[in-house]
Design a protein around this ligand. Structure first.
Ligand code: PAF
Length: 282
């Protein structure tokens, strides 16, 4: 059985009763196997696993999919139960923001304006504001975030460090379909043709990894990834494909690196990324 809490008061009372390690997994619902992996990772490390389900309006732009974002609480609760969650906090927007949208929001700094932040102004202000709020409400020892949203994970890590939040942030590897597509709640928007086109993102990443494994330099790795991005439809459009260091600073010349991609497939924006290792320069 999973206990479902809808108010901050109920959450505070339940949290008071928890002794031992508390792990939190924050979600916007529409849970899939990727979330289940986060929950299982939390289950392994924490005595109590708390899941938050909240579609946060602050992180949606005016032309984004807040209204049509999938809301599937019953099946979400089933996944939470199956993966061994103890508590679910599923507040309404009015419960989270009783005075309307907050006028004070977290500033993610320069990294928040780059990559996802370039296409989605204000996105990371909204994400970090709700993440900090949920950290205050749940007071976890550990919080688990997917590497699929690598920029989000990086910014949450930085926020926790910069603001002395006493929570360990744990990154969990991306879960993929057998054909390589990274799991995402937004995949359910894709038609069959779009789903085929979406494979171009993971194909580009694989080509980048293969080039790095051959010992190619950063320029050649990026070029290989670009060549492999071939969605075969004019309805798909590359937004960015970049190679950074593991903290998302530009231009690693050697060593551990991250290759990140974002693309529109029809009306759906997808992101993906991978770790890779660039050979030392001769
Ligand atoms: O990754 C998500 O689902 C959201 O950005 C998060 C972390 C739950 C904040 O709303």
């Amino acid at each position: 059985m999973v206990d479902v809490l809808h108010t901050r008061k109920e959450l505070a009372a339940a949290r008071e009763g928890l002794t031992g390690t508390v792990g939190v997994v924050m979600t916007m619902g529409a849970l899939h196997t990727g979330h289940e992996t986060l929950l299982r990772a939390a289950r392994e490390r924490a005595d109590h696993v708390l899941v938050t389900i909240f579609v946060n309006p602050l992180q949606f732009g005016p032309n984004e999919d807040f209204d049509r974002y999938p809301r599937t609480l019953d099946s979400d609760l089933e996944i939470c139960r199956r993966a061994g969650a103890d508590l679910v906090f599923a507040p309404s927007v009015a419960e989270m923001y009783p005075e309307g949208q907050p006028t004070v929001r977290l500033n993610p700094g320069p990294l928040g304006e780059d990559l996802e932040g370039l296409s989605r102004p204000g996105f990371f202000h909204g994400v970090l504001t709700v993440v900090l709020k949920l950290l205050q409400l749940t007071r976890p020892d550990l919080a688990f975030f997917g590497e699929k949203d690598y920029q989000q994970l990086t910014l949450v890590r930085r926020m926790v460090r910069d603001l002395d939040v006493p929570t360990e942030i744990v990154g969990v590897p991306t879960v993929r379909e057998p054909d390589g597509l990274a799991l995402s709640s937004r995949n359910r928007y894709l038609s069959a043709d779009e789903r085929r086109a979406a494979l171009s993102l993971s194909a580009a990443l694989r080509a980048g990894v293969a080039a790095a494994e051959r010992g190619d330099d950063a320029g050649a790795v990026l070029a290989a990834a670009h060549r492999a991005f071939d969605p075969g439809t004019p309805d798909a459009r590359l937004d960015y494909l970049v190679l950074t260091d593991t903290d998302l600073e530009p231009g690693p010349v050697s060593g551990p690196a991250r290759l990140l991609i974002a693309a529109w497939v029809g009306a759906t924006r997808l992101i993906d990324n991978t770790a890779l290792h660039l050979a030392p320069r001769p």
